[in-house]
Design a protein around this ligand. Sequence first.
Ligand SMILES: [Zn+2]
Length: 339
Amino acid sequence: MKKKSLALVLALFWLMLLCACAAPAPDVTETATPTSTPLPEETPTPTPEPVEETEPPATPAFSLAAFHKDNSAAHTQEVRYGSHEQLRELYELSAEIGSRCGIRIRIADLVPEVIMADGNDPMLDPVLIRHALETVDRVLSIYPEGFFDQLVYGDYDALELYIVGFSPVGTGYAGQIGVEGESVNYICLDAETWELIDAFCYVLPHELTHVMDFRFTALHDRDPNCLFSEETWAALNPPGFAYAYEDNEMENEMYSRFPEYFSYSYGAHDPLEDRATLFGDLVSCYLLDNYAIGLGEGALDKLEYYLACVRGGFDTSLWPEQTPWEVAFARLSGIEAAA
Ligand SMILES: [Zn+2]
């Protein structure tokens, strides 16, 4: 080999050696690259959208304390003057008593026309009207704070009391009417004579019992805890008893068979009159301090149930521990009233 060829061979040799050193030695621990078919790409599972919890539509819990309308305007009444100047002070007195209780009291020509229908003249005697208003005040004042506000509820916008001088249905009556665009619970009282006015101590609580009953009937449909029901009331009457409604003969017969269950015969007329005669008696006992009426066991049981319905059917947070009618009941039933 020529010297030049030898140098070329050597150069090639060194070049090959250099390349071999530069190539990294295979890692013996390296696992062979798998030759299997790559797995298909996984379809990513979509992240579920945060689902808003759909609760069943909430039925607002029934609130007894909220089961009446705002009656505050009835406590700050402007005096409404009618057209009889001699009654000026009495228009003012009726607004003053009404504002204290939350009832609108209408006298003379301010009694709504719908009540004065059938040609009845307004009662305009100032002496009788004053006596009537003072007696009304005396009766209303024994009802606990906020009591009358709670008789303005549901469809009803106001409680009104009318002093009239005629007697289309007994000495007083209660009802529900529309007056001047409002729905009104009302009580109408006949003040034509002194005797009739003195009877307000029974008649007004009697009519107020009807207005309470309207509330209990409305509550019965809405309040799951409502204690009052006509079925429970009916079960407190003796076997063989039935209300007479318009049958006067039957009314007397039923009363004479079961007198210990009633205040007097009118109680056998229908359940509303039964409750109103019993509760009216109870309140008048308190007002007149006259417990001579006495009541049978059956009547006392019915009253006891009704008093529980009254406690349970009103928000009593502002009531005294014992209402006047509860005091009267304790006395009538021979239980010593709590000191
Ligand atoms: Zn009645």
